[in-house]
Structures are given as C-alpha cells and as structure tokens.
Design a protein around this ligand. Structure first.
Ligand code: SF4
Ligand code: SF4
Length: 78
C-alpha cells in the first residue's frame, strides 16, 4: 500500500462492475473488502455495486488491485 496525494481517489466504473460476476456465490465486492480505510462499501448490500466515499479515500490503490474485473480506477486531479 502506498499513500498518494489527497487528490487521488477511487472511482467505480459501473458499466464494468458486476458483483454477481466477480463473486457469483456471495456477491461480495473484493475491492470494498480490500479497502484498509473502509471508505468503499456495498451500502446497498451484497450483489450491489460498491460506493466510494471519495472525500475520505486515500488513493492507496488497494481496491483497484483487488478488483478482478478491472472496474475500479484511480482518478487524479491535478
Ligand atoms: S468493484 Fe470489482 S470487485 Fe467490487 S463488485 Fe465491482 S467488479 Fe466486483
Ligand atoms: S483507493 Fe484505497 S482508500 Fe480509496 S477506496 Fe480504494 S482501497 Fe479504499
């Protein structure tokens, strides 16, 4: 895990994100599980795409690396 500047944050590509595909058994988001700061969450429950509380996101990339469908991207504002 590496900390980036505050201007980096995670974004979920909701076109690609599919919890029922990345975890057909339980519908759990691996990226949300991987987030060490718990700012990515499946607030609507399993089998629903996660949300990112971007204000609190540390831009650490752990969620991006954990997503098997490449549905999480890091945005950088310069
Ligand atoms: S962000 Fe990735 S790991 Fe999380 S539910 Fe979507 S596809 Fe699955
Ligand atoms: S970039 Fe890091 S802090 Fe932000 S949602 Fe992903 S895992 Fe969590």
């Amino acid at each position: 895990m590496s900390l980036q500047s505050k201007k980096s944050f995670a974004m979920v590509d909701y076109e690609k994100c599919s919890p029922g595909q990345c975890d057909p058994e339980e519908g759990r988001c691996a990226s949300a599980y991987a987030c060490p700061y718990k700012v990515m969450k499946q607030i609507d429950g399993t089998f629903e795409p996660p949300m990112v509380f971007q204000d609190m996101c540390m831009g650490c990339w752990d969620c991006m690396e954990a997503c098997p469908l490449d549905a999480v991207h890091i945005m950088e504002i310069t």
